[in-house]
Design a protein around this ligand. Structure first.
Ligand SMILES: *Cc1c(COP(=O)(O)O)cnc(C)c1O
Length: 392
């Protein structure tokens, strides 16, 4: 099918909830994709941080196809080997106790919220179900995670929203204390606010909140849906912040392109969910689990060191170009935010880049790069050249 034919069908039959770029992607290899007309694009998006091993990564394709042929799905009523294996790999590498699988970031966070509330209910009874989150955060699109998201623009249309969330300012401990109260059971945040604009939290703030959590028996809930699975140069970003979370959610990059996610719990929370208290039909699906095992086996220390080097390279090169419409860069590893200056919006810049063969994301008012973690030197240089030629 041609791009026009695909777009016509999409416009007729798909709800218009997304504003798409005019590109119909057909296939990919590494960090490069091709549209249906054969035009090449360097991909600095990885499907919004999902395709951690890029496209057509042979061990991943083999793991997924052999598991699909063997057993695609069986439900949580029975045991399955990939499921148990991925649980072990994740928990041991993250230093966490056990895991509950889900299918997306929002569901991982939804489970994390339920875990915190039940932990508190089991210990203190009713009336202690409030979760503190941060302004400018993003936690997902279900009603609860949308409410947890600390951005007013998301708190519209869908009334009534669930109760039990209050918001504090990032990097401001006084603001956290100002909204605290006897009804609080947990604090939940991203260590680098992704959708909010790639804004890393201060280490001092993070450790002060961790201390406060310890003192008041609030659970420390870390949303690693975007920062997790090697994105920032460690398996999880919390491992670079020197904190020990009570629960950590993950999704996006974990299965390298399949819907998979969940929440890991610390020792103190390992028995909060008992039989029948939480569940999801697809959670831990064997194909997703086999894919996630492949991703985790690939992301070893050497791989993580390279993620850091590549991230440093991209940031240094971009800053050295001195492109007038771009400002400072920030982020960790291959999670990079770029300030946008001048008349054109981030969306307009991303559209111009796509037209010239580079796929980029927006976040907050800036640009955001989340390339596949396997991106090659040649692909980085091609992408940087397009950035320079298009925006200078
Ligand atoms: C993307 C994202 C989510 C939501 O994940 P979905 O898979 O879209 O439900 C939640 N938290 C963070 C930090 C994210 O980046």
């Amino acid at each position: 099918m041609t791009f026009e034919e695909i777009r016509a069908l999409d416009e007729q039959y798909v709800m218009p909830a997304y504003s798409r770029f005019p590109v119909a992607v057909d296939h990919g290899k590494g960090a490069t994709v091709w549209d249906v007309a054969g035009k090449e694009y360097i991909d600095f998006t990885a499907g919004i941080g999902v395709c951690s091993l890029g496209y057509d990564y042979q061990p991943w394709v083999d793991a997924v196809s052999s598991q699909a042929a063997k057993l695609a799905h069986i439900s949580n009523l029975y045991y399955a080997e990939p499921y148990a294996k991925v649980a072990q790999k994740l928990c041991t590498r993250a230093g966490m106790s056990n895991v509950m699988f889900a299918n997306s970031g929002a569901e991982g966070n939804e489970a994390m919220i339920k875990l915190a509330r039940k932990y508190s209910y089991d210990k203190y009874g009713k009336g202690r179900g409030t979760i503190l989150t941060l302004h400018n955060s993003f936690h997902g699109r279900t009603l609860a995670t949308l409410t947890a998201t600390g951005q007013d623009k998301f708190h519209d249309y869908f009334f009534p929203f669930p109760e039990g969330f209050r918001y504090a300012d990032a990097n401001d401990l006084d603001s956290v204390e100002a909204v605290a109260g006897h009804d609080v059971c947990a604090v939940m945040f991203e260590l680098i606010q992704g959708e909010g604009g790639v804004l890393p939290l201060d280490r001092a703030f993070v450790s002060a909140v961790a201390d406060l959590c310890e003192k008041r028996d609030w659970l420390l809930l870390i949303d690693e849906v975007q920062t997790g699975v090697g994105r920032t140069g460690s398996l999880f970003a919390f491992q670079q912040y020197g904190i020990t979370p009570d629960a950590v959610s993950f999704a996006k990059g974990i299965a390298g392109g399949l819907p998979f996610g969940g929440v890991m719990a610390s020792e103190k929370c390992r028995n909060v969910f008992t039989a029948g208290t939480h569940g999801t039909t697809f959670g831990g699906n064997p194909v997703g689990a086999a894919a996630a095992c492949c991703v985790l086996d690939t992301i070893d220390q050497d791989f993580l060191d390279k993620v850091k080097e590549k991230g440093d390279y991209l940031r240094t090169q971009i800053e050295a170009m001195n492109i007038p419409c771009l400002g400072k860069t920030r982020g960790m590893g291959l999670m990079i935010g770029i300030e946008v200056k001048g008349d054109r919006t981030n969306r307009e810049l991303a559209a111009a880049l796509a037209e010239h063969g580079l796929l980029c994301l927006t976040a907050g008012p800036g640009l955001r790069l989340l390339p596949p973690l396997v991106i090659s030197q040649e692909e980085m240089d091609k992408g940087l050249a397009i950035l320079k030629n298009t925006l200078s």
